[in-house]
Every structure is written in C-alpha cells, then in structure tokens.
Design a protein around this ligand. Sequence first.
Ligand code: K7E
Ligand code: CUA
Length: 645
Amino acid sequence: MFGKIRNSFQLVFIIMIASGLFASVNAQSLEEIMKTRGLSQTDMLAAAKTYTPSGKLDEYVVFSSGGQSGQVIVYGVPSMRILKYISVFTPEPWQGYGYGDDESMDIIYKQGSIRGKEITWGDTHHPALSETAAEYDGQYCFINDKANPRVAVIDLKTFSTTQIVANPIMKNEHGAAFVTPNTEYIIEASQIPAPFTNDYVPLTEFNEKYRGAMTMWKFSRKKGKILEENSFSVELPPYCQDLSDSGKNMSEGWVFTNSFNSERYIGGFGPGNTKFRDRLPHEAGMSSKDTDYLHMIHLDTAIKLFEQGKYKKINGHPVISMETMIANNALFLIPEPKSPHGVMINPSGQYLTVSGKLDTHVSVYDFKKMMKLINAKEYEGRDPYNVPILSMTKSLHGQVELGLGPLHTQYDSEKGIAYTSLYVDSAIARWDYLKLKLIEKIPIHYNVGHLVAAEGDTATPDGKYLIALNKLAIDRFTQVGPLHPQNHQLIDISAGHPMQLLYDMPLPLGEPHYAVMIKADKLKPLIRYKQKWFKNRVKPGRERIVREGNKVTVHSTLIRSHYSPEIIEVNKGDEVVWHLTNLERAQDETHGFSIYLYNINGSLEPGETSTFRFTADQEGVFPFYCTEFCSALHLEMMGYLLVKP
Ligand code: K7E
Ligand code: CUA
C-alpha cells in the first residue's frame, strides 16, 4: 500500500484513518505505544513511510560500497533492510567466494593479484551501475579498490563478482568506478601520484617522474567483461586526481576529474627523513594554494589516439602522453576552489558542481562556457606540464555559499534542484544550481560524506529519497566499543514539504563512501543458474569417481538432502578434482560443501556447478557436509573422504 503513496499528505491521511480504525478496536493502543516509547507525530509519520510489512518489497535498491571490507552492500529503500553483501575483493565464506572453488579462486587470487602478490581485501569507494543512454539499465555494477588500484565487475543476473582487473600503472586510485553514458568504458582515475613503472624513483624527482593517470577500461556488455587488450590510459600531471564523472547528453564524450595538491607538495614531516626534515605535514603543504585544477579530458579524442597507436607501452599497457593529448586539444585544466572534493554533472550535462572542502561555496561550471573558451583557444595560461588552463571566472555559471565543508552533490527530479553534503556542518543542503540559491538545510548525525538520491546521477533522477552516508554515528546507537558503525540516514525529499529524516541504519562493515540507488523493478536477477553454462556440470545418473594415475576426479551431484557419491576413498598424495552440481530447481535451495581441514567452503546455488582441487596430503578421515540448512534432513547431508596411507 505504501509503495504507491506519492506525498506525505496522503500518508497523514492514511495514518489518521488507520489510527481511527485502530481506536475503535483498541482505544488506547496507538497512543499508549507512542507514550511509552516517547514517539511524536513526526516519528509516527517517519515510521509509516519506512515500515515495510512482511512480504512487501522495496521500491528502490541501493548498492553501497563496503569500504575496507572490500565488499558491496545491497539494501532496500525505504525499509533500509540489508539484502546482501556481495563479496568482491575479500573472501566471503557464505557465498563460497575464495574458499576453494576454481571460479572464485581465479577471480580473487589470480585476476586480483598485483605484481605476484595475493591481496585479500579492498578499499571499495565508488560503485557505478551500467547505463544505457545515461539511465541505469540494471545489468552490471562496477566497484573500485582505492588501496590496490583495481576495478571489479559484478553481474546483476547473479549479484556476484565475475571479474577483477588490476591497474598496470597506478599505485593508488580514487576516481573510479564511473561509466560513460552507454557503458562503453569504465573509468578509473589515480589519486596519490607515483611513477608508472615499478622501480624506485626518489621523491626529489617527483615533478619529473611521478604522474597521475586516467584509465579507460573498455567494457563488453555482451561478454560481461572488461577487455584489457582494448583498454588504455591517459597520462596526467602529478596532482592528486580526485573524484571523477563522465559527461552526459551535451557533454557526452568528455570526462572530468577534480584534483587537490596542485602544489605538488611531497611532505616529509616527522623524524626519519633527513632530506625533508622540518617540513610541514602533507595536510598543510597540500592545501596552501587557493585553487586546484578541474581536469577536462576529451575521451573521444583519446580513443582515436589509442586506435591510431599514438601511445607508449608501460608495463605492457598503452599510455597516451600528456604531450599527445595537449597537441590534440584533448586535455584542459580549470582552477577550482581549494582542495575540492566531488565533481558531478547535472542531468542535462551542461552544469558541473564542484565543492571546495575548505571553501564554503559550491562552484557551478557551465560546460557551454568551457567549450566556448576551448573553441576560441582562449587560455589563461599553462601549467608546468604545458596543459592549457581555462579562466575560472569565464567558465563559472556562479557560486553559492552553502555551508562548511561541502563535499558531494546529487540531483533531484525537479529542474535546477541539487543536494550537497556538508561534512563540517553535518547537514544536507537543498539548493538551486540554476538560480544559485540555497533553499533549506537538514541536520544529520554526523559528518556526512557522500549522499545518494534515487537515480540521482542519471539523466532523469527520481527525487523521493536521499540517503546521507555519515562517517560517525556518535550518540545514535547502543555503544559497541570504540569503533562505531557508520550511519546511513534516509531522508524524504519528495516535493511539497521540507526534507524529513526518516531512518537511521547502522552499517558495521567498513566505511562506505558512495552508493547508487536504482528502481528495484529494473533489476532482473536469475532464480537459478542454467546447468548448461558450466562445462564441468554433472548430470543426474552420471555421478562417478574416476582414477587416472594419482589423479582422482569426483563427479558429484547434490539434491535434498544427499551428496552422490557419499564415500570417496583416495590414497595419500592423490590429486583430487571434485566437481559438484546442485540439481535443485526449487528457488533458494542452496547446498553448502565443506571438508574438515581443507579450508574449503562452497555455496552451490540451484543449478550451479563448482570445482574444487586439492592434494590429499594427510592420511585420515575427513567428513564433509552441507553448511546450508536445506531441509529437515540437512544434518544427514554428509559424507566421508577417506585418505589411505
Ligand atoms: Cu568523498 Cu572516496 Cu568519494 Cu569518501 S570519497 S566521502
Ligand atoms: Cu544441503 Cu543442508
């Protein structure tokens, strides 16, 4: 019933009717509950806007980064019920991700490794959903790892990670993942500059040899994969490139990233480094100038240059030099206020909002004005790398004073309306970026980073809901020790009334940065895997144990509630290859597969096949069993691996 409610007046009306009906049945109950629990009318309204009765579904689905957990958190709106943690860069036993099966071991330990090192966590920041004509299409989700520059593909048919690509030249990143309006490219921008090569370069050579970059990962929708061989990077100055966005509509073909530390300050504070003794810490040295640079990169030209072979290979990866980009009018800088954070393109693609963390203003740039300057070759100057600089005043539509510590912006369904998070103020501002005026602010608890509005970075945002992704949850929840959960606060932004805070949701799984919110009915996940997708699938009746020399291959099936075969006998030292197919057709009939001592746990979802490989290197008795409570006889779903001396 509440799914169809369009405004709060209807809601108040419904509550009035509901409480009226209720009153006739049980005169004091509602009032009594309000009184004993200390709830106000506003609280009751908020409850009615979020409460989702058993069996009712959410209108929106949020994909949130999982911060240091290296995962993606999926939850519903308005209920704020957590639906799934998708494991991406980190092993996760429930989903059998990284616990022995060929497929996930390949993704996490092979595709995910860098320079021969296995990395089993990620600092996920910015999820992006695949788009068609700048609208979410519900097919794929992409997420970055800031700590060890990587980008992952999540297939939304199964809500599972299907690919990780490691960046060949970056040593740190931040401005990822974001997609072009038709998902031809997934883009990743570096943050902390470093040499592209893997060798030692002293910091005294920072200006000459350290670099920033933007990698354009080519995505094939048909294959559901990033094609590394068709991907390339563009060299950028050694500023700290920050959050990025892709142009849309009028600005399609361009990509933007802001930056900080255009000072190129290299730190050295603290003892231990005689060369840079008595220096300011990074935080002070990196924010001494009044402006940094918004970067404009013409992706379409970069693609042409790549296709023409106008690049150098570094670590086997094509990199287009700044020189080439500049010579082809494909790279420009525009000053932006002090240590900016967040650049977001509005739905029409004409306006870009940039927040200055250390400035109270949000700057609105006009893409048309920027293009006019570019077409007239009207430059204000050049940076030390000869990159043309456009005039800030001539590029600006205007600036609005919103409050302290503006960070990120999302857009509303109503023309000109945007929402910006104010980190220092701990508030969200609703403002008009066309008329350049602040409309209202709502306080949040506390220190909001990103915020997400329903389809808020597409060409047609929905309005309705906004979530503040808060960094601190002081006073909000029952104390659980010095480390607090994060707090996602749901806010009603539907037109016609002031913003209303509806719900606090604790997220105890890392510090989520960004999230994206999609209309739930755009998602079309599978109920079961198609058995024929798996080349190692085992058909019913074809279960067997095959020995070739010291290699033993087990072809096994699972169905409620037994494994076939149940007893597997091998000799010590045998190589075991174990294929398991879940034959279930019933929805949600997942079976697990764990063996004593082998650090193996599989999640065999209906129709799925997994393959496990190990050496039976110790003699003994190794029970295996199903880890998912699948039926009344679930405990009986077990077997023995017997290893003979
Ligand atoms: Cu502002 Cu990494 Cu997008 Cu955190 S970032 S908030
Ligand atoms: Cu299968 Cu429990």
